[in-house]
Design a protein around this ligand. Structure first.
Ligand SMILES: *[C@@H]1O[C@H](CO)[C@@H](O)[C@H](O)[C@H]1NC(C)=O
Ligand SMILES: *[C@@H]1O[C@H](CO)[C@@H](O)[C@H](O)[C@H]1NC(C)=O
Ligand SMILES: *[C@@H]1O[C@H](CO)[C@@H](O)[C@H](O)[C@H]1NC(C)=O
Ligand SMILES: *[C@@H]1O[C@H](CO)[C@@H](O)[C@H](O)[C@H]1NC(C)=O
Length: 654
């Protein structure tokens, strides 16, 4: 796929470059061709600079300038006005530039110069990329032209909300058809339009240097990202090898649209994901799994290369980064008590300050370091580091060479939700913030279950695992780690299922795993958010100690408004919305697994005004008191078994 590197050591002087730029400007002035979209679309969506400087800082700026002028002159030649690459092994600097197909050649040149001035902000960084509405520019010190999806891929959503729910649905449909069709279209670009009254316009594009399967894999990730945008009227997904965008406005200015139906399989756009640790669902799932394995192998080859060469973490967005154990040790002041943020089922978490000044959260995994565990760790880290969603905590990297396995996550200033519900900050969240948290959590989980390549089941959703960013947007933490528990007996481990009151009964008792296990725990957390209390609180009156039981009793008596946290100002709540949310929470916590909604259904119910059609049926409760008895008589079996022994009592009908 890659073009043979051109060995061209001559470096343009800055004067030559200036002349070149002047000529270009002149050219632009002269070519009065009206542009399709009417502008060069130089709105900058995403800029990433490597955290490492080039190894030859004296030479680097000149090679970089030469690279940019390579790109200018390729675009100026009429044979390829929208796409250019440059390989300069003397730097080394490798680069790629790409315009959206609807840009006119002069607009494409303008977009390049805007992208170049953005990348100049990265100084001597040995890698950088800029995504603009109209174009994409990237350089690295190692070849990358076959790369598709990389950490750092994300959604950029507009801040206007679309007029109708129909428009949001049309946008999703259009994006998923584009994701399927574009890998099969020559040039990897398509623009399309959908809908009558509320029209939606969309495009998808892959870099021309990637393979068809690489393009499909990249767009699958992009689709997952962009689906987080509706009901915003505009959304985009940015990544290293592909781009998607939809809008209710015609942003491609009448550029020719494509009839996508001729490129779609008759089966439509329903992809079946494989369930981790479970059976692979059908042929489609198998294909996706193969693709994923292929991507893993490729990315692991790449990181081998990275370790050998000087391109480690070439772009900050590229990962997972392998950190040195000693760096993380000093970042966390030798894992000091003072830096400790919390204790989780998988190990303790510490605040760390890296040498660059970046603040991170470091999780010290509490698992035995067998070679099997290490291998599992590596593959899990690769998987998790590809999960990108604004409601999921980002994994930045790991360390697997030292005495402990460490995971490095982005740091969340506001820490966890439980502190705001019944901890030191209780009563400080208003209803709007709480509702946004309820929706955001559901979106994050829906992504893990239905939109990522494989279905990732969290298994330990609880309010201390929901972190809040500066704007109190929720981010789910600790996903993907459950499989690292020894021999996947996580449901039998008290450390894990010890969060009684959150765990679905079929999983706690029989180890029956499905994504509905997360739906159940989600419902419990939503009730905590509404009531501002813990799921189990022995300090309360006996009849209210178990939140779920109490919520049910009130609901059946038509008294569910009594659940609402006293610290909430009822005047700023919408009572209909509150009722709907309570009903959804109860639907989620039903004993019958099939009766619980999927997380995607939860998102829809939360965002549409309609009442959920189903009415919740009374659940079975885990009786916490008998659990305490069971764990105090550890005569049978291993202690972890007996700790997990639970009994059920049917909630008696009145
Ligand atoms: C761009 O192309 C035109 C003709 O195709 C040529 O006259 C001009 O010198 C070129 N400009 C640059 C900067 O290469
Ligand atoms: C990279 O180079 C810049 C400019 O010379 C300098 O300010 C910065 O500290 C360097 N960064 C690193 C990580 O060496
Ligand atoms: C590279 O180009 C920039 C902008 O045109 C200029 O300021 C800089 O001096 C050039 N550097 C070299 C080494 O040519
Ligand atoms: C929406 O975003 C644009 C640009 O990003 C900004 O100028 C505008 O103020 C924003 N509008 C609202 C309502 O936040």
């Amino acid at each position: 796929m890659k073009a043979p590197p051109r060995i061209d050591n001559s470096i343009q002087t800055s004067t030559q470059l200036m002349v070149l730029l002047l000529q270009l400007l002149l050219l632009l002035r002269l070519s009065a061709a009206p542009t399709a979209a009417g502008d060069a679309q130089t709105n900058l969506l995403n800029l990433g600079c490597s955290q490492y400087n080039a190894t030859k800082p004296a030479l680097f700026p000149a090679v970089l300038n030469a690279t940019f002028s390579d790109l200018y002159s390729q675009l100026n030649s009429s044979s390829s006005p929208l796409f250019a690459t440059s390989d300069r092994p003397s730097g080394p600097v490798y680069s790629l530039f790409l315009c959206r197909d609807y840009l006119s050649p002069p607009d494409c040149l303008l977009c390049l110069s805007s992208a170049v001035s953005s990348l100049r902000k990265c100084g001597l960084a040995n890698g950088a990329r800029a995504v603009l509405d109209g174009c994409f520019l990237r350089y690295e010190t190692a070849p990358f032209s076959d790369q598709t999806t990389l950490p750092g891929n994300t959604a950029v959503c507009g801040n206007r909300t679309s007029a109708s729910a129909a428009a949001a649905a049309a946008a999703e449909g259009l994006m998923s058809d584009l994701a399927e069709a574009v890998p099969r279209i020559g040039g990897y670009f398509a623009a399309a339009e959908r809908g009558g009254g509320a029209a939606v316009y969309g495009i998808a594009q892959c870099a021309r240097t990637v393979s068809e399967s690489g393009c499909a894999g990249c767009l699958a990730v992009a689709l997952g990202n962009v689906k987080g945008c509706p009901p915003a009227a505009e959304g985009r997904a940015v990544d290293a090898g592909c781009f998607m965008r939809y809008s209710d406005a015609d942003f491609f200015g009448g550029y020719k649209t494509v009839d996508l139906s001729t490129f779609l399989h008759s089966g439509g756009s329903s992809h079946k994901g494989a369930i981790i640790g479970g059976a692979v669902g059908g042929f489609g799932g198998l294909l996706l799994l193969c693709l994923l394995v292929f991507l893993w192998i490729r990315s692991s080859r790449k990181s081998e290369k990275a370790r050998r060469g000087d391109i480690l973490g070439a772009t900050e967005l590229q990962g997972p980064v392998n950190f040195h154990y000693k760096d993380l040790k000093s970042a966390t002041k030798n894992f000091s008590e003072e830096n400790k943020l919390g204790e989780g089922g998988f190990g303790d978490v510490y605040k760390g300050v890296l040498e660059t000044g970046k603040v991170v959260a470091v999780k010290k995994m509490a698992i035995a370091q067998t070679s099997r565990a290490k291998a599992d760790f590596q593959s899990e880290v690769k998987l998790i580091s590809n999960v990108h969603h604004r409601n999921l905590v980002r994994l930045l990297g790991c360390s697997s060479k030292g005495p402990d396995l460490l995971l490095v996550y982005e740091y969340m200033a506001n820490r966890s939700l439980d502190r705001f519900l019944y901890g030191e900050q209780r009563g400080t969240l208003n209803w709007k913030q709480r509702f946004d948290i309820i929706v955001g959590m559901a979106r994050g989980l829906a992504y893990l279950h239905h939109e990522f390549h494989v279905c990732v089941i969290h298994r330990d959703i609880k309010s201390s695992n929901i972190l809040l960013d500066d704007d109190f947007q929720p981010k789910v933490a600790d996903f993907g780690l459950a499989r690292l528990m020894p021999s996947d007996q996580s449901h039998l481990s008290t450390k894990f299922a010890g969060t009684l009151g959150y765990t679905a009964p079929e999983y706690a008792i029989h180890g029956q795993l499905s994504e509905k296990v997360d739906t159940y725990s989600y419902g419990v957390v939503v009730l905590e958010i509404i009531t501002g209390r813990k799921t189990n609180d022995m300090r309360l009156e006996p009849e209210t100690q178990y939140l779920l039981e109490w919520a049910w009793r009130l609901y059946e008596n038509g008294d569910s408004m009594k659940l609402i946290d006293e610290s909430l100002n009822l005047e700023e709540c919408n009572p209909e919305e509150l009722k709907r949310v309570i009903q959804i929470a109860l639907l989620c916590t039903q004993s019958t697994v099939a009766a619980r909604p999927t997380m995607s259904e939860v998102v829809v119910s939360l965002l549409t005004r309609a009442e959920p059609v189903m009415h919740p049926t009374r659940p079975t409760f885990i009786d916490a008191t008998s659990r305490v008895h069971a764990s105090s008589s550890t005569s049978t079996g291993s202690s972890s078994m007996s700790n997990a022994t639970v009994s059920i009592t049917q909630f008696s009908a009145r």
